[in-house]
Ligand binder design. Sequence first.
Ligand SMILES: Nc1ncnc2c1ncn2[C@@H]1O[C@H](COP(=O)(O)OP(=O)(O)OP(=O)(O)O)[C@@H](O)[C@H]1O
Ligand SMILES: [Mg+2]
Length: 254
Amino acid sequence: MKKETLFIAIGNQKGGVGKSTITATIASYLQYQMNMSVAIIDCDFPQYSIYKMRETDIETINKNKDLQVLLQKQFHNSNKKAYPIIAGTPENAIDLAVELTENSATTFDIVFFDLPGNVTSEGILKLMFNLNYIFVPIIADKRVLQSSLSFILAVKEFLGRKDINKRLNDVFIFWNKVDRRESTELYSMFNKVLKSENLSVLKTIIPDAKKYNKELSILKPTAFRSTLFAPDKKMLKGSNLEELVLEIIEKIGL
Ligand SMILES: Nc1ncnc2c1ncn2[C@@H]1O[C@H](COP(=O)(O)OP(=O)(O)OP(=O)(O)O)[C@@H](O)[C@H]1O
Ligand SMILES: [Mg+2]
């Protein structure tokens, strides 16, 4: 009997909050650093930023012998191959995930879903309600916070409904792109709002750091955001990515 695979999305109805970046870096950290088995269903049609990230990663590695050696070494040490990334749509994403988990020899711990930045698209609600957990990245921008709050409250309201059979267990919020130089007023004000609505905010805060954009290049064999390599150990310092991964693992009971 295969153990249950958890379906998780780093999602928000707001664009540009870091959904794809956080999804790709966490997936690579879990697969290549923590010996877990993950997969990604990229439902962010037509952008497909994670699916395209994999294509670029492969192209870059094919052009650089040193990167090929590094990749072999990582696969050898982690005994893990590249995790699958499948392009889909909100409508067929769950079916693609079920097909993958049922037909693959691998027992996946987590299948991540990279959602589009708007929840009006067809099938997105059905998809979200068939997930086990949703983690909502928020950033300190009044417009983004307003829109994020209505998204989170809609998910929370759904979670409370007894008349619907659902897979969704819980929704958690976390701060991304936090600039420590900025005043904390907006953060503390918004955390109060979230608390008053009994919403769960993760302790881990992800800083606004250029390294989150750092992808593989033939000139520089170290990357933070790659679908084929774990985030570079040196770059992990100060990123709080490991802290976020451990807190998420604790919340989902893995
Ligand atoms: N912690 C961070 N620090 C600095 N830059 C970040 C951080 N997280 C994400 N970014 C940058 O913010 C931009 C938006 O990130 P990303 O594309 O992951 O967001 P998204 O929510 O997936 O957007 P979309 O809705 O368009 O899919 C990217 O340039 C990304 O590199
Ligand atoms: Mg995205």
